[in-house]
Design a protein around this ligand. Structure first.
Ligand SMILES: [Zn+2]
Ligand SMILES: [Zn+2]
Length: 348
């Protein structure tokens, strides 16, 4: 039997923490449930999930539908699209059966690439490898989650670049329905007509738009994500802020870039470290951050306490005393003053 391999190459960088990752997780469950009720899909579709941040890793090898168990997605630092593509190509090389003179191999794999940020690694070699060896062997559908992605770069590996313009729950649901429908239609056309090209479902009525992948695009930075550690539980957490423009109170008609608190999320340290590729060298001034969360690990009131010794972030309670979870130094809680302080950002 010829299989239809479907790969999900999912960006799990820090900016995906919280709601987006939850939506992707529940979306994956819906896709699988839906496909299982479809006789064509059930017969042909095999699913594989690869997560990538600073590094890439397989969350599920190519598995037939009824045995597939939707994974829990980790979070990591960085967005190494180059490494992710290399990982994908190695996997296709290993897992997908090639057509030769003696045998009919698998159908052309469909790859759904979901990403919400810009690569932090050099993608040139991987893109060249893709275009010289894989472009004709597989179809990539590249989806930009939000408007923070260099779609022109995605256009180098895919003729199907789309943008999910809204990221609320309903939009995500409709989007995953569209992914499911596209897989269904493709599995029908391979089974009944032997046609190997991907058949995308119509995007009308959903917040998904086709993007001209050859056109230059403006890339904004929508999120600041900071890594903290709780001295009570010794567990790490991410604090996420989203961009908003506000009129400065002091200068007329002068827009000030501010990042407003979205939330704080406990993360799995082992998974985080295994998916991250080193520290970032980008800073953000605390004056640009609006709002402070409580600690998602222990409930302490202040989860944005910056250590005077090492500059890293910990949590503290109301007692006025605090201990840094990173370097162990102890001190008293103080105000950072009007000029703010620069702190190291996550890898995005
Ligand atoms: Zn804590
Ligand atoms: Zn410290």
């Amino acid at each position: 039997m010829r299989r239809l391999p479907v790969y999900f190459l999912v960006d799990v960088s820090e900016s995906m923490v919280g709601e987006p990752i939850k939506q992707v997780e529940s979306g994956m469950r819906t896709i699988i449930q839906e496909l299982r009720t479809d006789p064509y899909a059930l017969e042909t579709v095999y699913v594989s999930v690869i997560a990538f941040a600073g590094k890439a890793k397989s969350l599920s090898p190519l598995t037939e539908l009824f045995k597939f168990y939707p994974p829990v997605f980790p979070v990591g630092g960085g967005t190494s699209l180059g490494k992710a593509l290399d990982f994908l190509m190695d996997d296709i090389e290993q897992s997908v059966v090639k057509t030769t003179v003696e045998q009919k191999g698998d159908w052309k794999p469909i790859v759904f690439l979901f990403t919400d940020g810009n690569p932090t690694d050099d993608t040139t070699a991987a893109i060249n490898r893709w275009n010289s060896k894989f472009k004709r062997r597989a179809n990539i559908i590249a989806i930009s989650i939000g408007d923070n992605v260099n779609t022109q770069l995605l256009g180098q590996v895919s003729d199907n670049v789309l943008r999910l313009t809204e990221t609320d729950e309903t939009s995500f649901k409709q989007f995953f329905k569209w992914v499911t429908d596209s897989i269904k239609t493709t599995s029908v056309s391979v089974s009944s007509q032997g046609v190997d090209e991907v058949k995308l479902a119509p995007t009308s009525g959903i917040n998904l738009e086709k993007v001209d992948g050859t056109a230059p695009c403006k890339v904004d930075e929508n999120f600041v994500v900071l890594l903290g550690k709780c001295p009570n539980t010794m567990k790490p957490y991410l604090v996420k802020y989203a961009k908003r423009l506000s009129k400065s109170e002091m200068v007329d008609d002068f827009n000030v870039l501010e990042f407003k608190l979205v939330g704080a999320y406990q993360i799995d340290e082992e998974q985080y470290n295994s998916l991250s590729d080193g520290k970032s060298n980008r800073n953000i001034n605390t004056n640009n951050l609006v709002g402070a969360p409580t600690c998602p690990c222990c409930g302490n009131q202040w989860a944005m306490v910056i250590c005077g010794e090492c500059g890293q972030i910990s949590c503290a309670d109301n007692s006025g005393r605090c201990k840094c979870a990173w370097c162990g130094s102890e001190g008293s809680l103080g105000d950072i003053g009007s000029s703010g302080v620069d702190i190291t950002r996550g890898r995005g």
